[in-house]
Design a protein around this ligand. Structure first.
Ligand SMILES: [Fe+2]
Length: 272
């Protein structure tokens, strides 16, 4: 039987890409990301479905369906910080293509991305380096779409869950993105106090498995904190965790700043 075995919230702040030279203010985030990597080793999922707020698509959703994701990423936003970073990790095209089919059946505009010279965003590559440092778990990465209502991510998540069930995969779902995202200059700067409080409030609901309340909170959380990716990565996670039917318990492994954004590193596991 296929199953969504856990959900993670990961950070991709570019300053952790080069761990050896990462600034002091990122150390808690780095430690938290390594804890998530250890959990991946324990959970041993068949595949990881990850949504990256930096694989930004305008009108429709895409799913990376390459059998192997291999290349170099230079971040357009900060090429001095992430310059020719290599990546080479497995994909799961069977799962990715079925996700697209199930989405299409539900009226979600979603397409396969399998072009040979496709280059991943750093929001995808940075978490992969921490979650699977040995590149031993396949990833199916999905884009974050601008011109779609938040609600569409709940339908899209149900489609993904249906594909997971049909293929009997044990899947870990990961968001790559900040929560509050009112950006300012100054990499070490924290979110406003009130935005930190809202980040922790939303994380608290997730960690207590109160998914309906998190879903109800999300639209005004997005509005108030300018959440990264309009919070659509969080909606996608909520949809998949809801579809799993599991009661959940979570842990906040780390919470840290990046240029005024709030970055929780979280694991959500079934109870019992
Ligand atoms: Fe980001």
């Amino acid at each position: 039987m296929g199953d969504i075995i856990a959900g993670f919230c990961a950070t991709h702040t570019p300053r952790i890409a080069d761990e050896a030279n990462a600034p002091e203010f990122t150390r808690e985030l780095i430690a938290g990301m390594h804890e998530l990597g250890d959990l991946v080793d324990t959970l041993r999922p068949d595949a990881i479905v990850m949504i990256s707020t930096h694989w930004f698509t305008t009108f429709v959703h895409y799913v990376a369906c390459h059998p192997r994701h291999k290349g170099y990423v230079t971040a357009l936003e900060c090429p001095d910080m992430i310059n020719s970073l290599p990546y080479d990790f497995p994909g799961d095209p069977e799962l990715g293509r079925l996700m697209v089919k199930k989405g299409d059946e539900r009226g979600v505009p979603v397409f396969v991305a399998d072009q040979p010279n496709f280059v991943f965003d750093y929001g995808s590559v940075v978490p992969v380096r921490y979650l699977t440092p040995r590149n031993d778990v396949p990833f199916v990465i999905v884009s974050l779409t601008a011109v779609c209502p938040l609600e569409e991510y709940y339908t899209w998540g149900e489609a993904v869950a249906a594909a997971i069930r049909e293929l009997r995969r044990r899947v870990l779902v990961v968001t790559s993105g900040s929560f509050s995202h009112t950006l300012v200059r100054g990499p070490e700067r924290w979110p406003l106090e009130e935005h930190q409080k809202l980040d922790r409030e939303l994380v608290g609901l997730l960690c207590e498995g109160r998914l309906d309340e998190a879903r109800a909170m999300l639209p005004w959380f997005v509005e108030t904190t300018r959440a990264e990716g309009w919070g659509k990565h969080i909606a996608f996670l909520l949809s998949l965790l809801g579809a799993s039917g599991h009661a959940l318990k979570g842990k906040l492994h780390a919470y840290g700043p990046s240029s005024g954004s709030g970055n929780p590193v979280v694991s959500l596991l079934p109870v019992g």
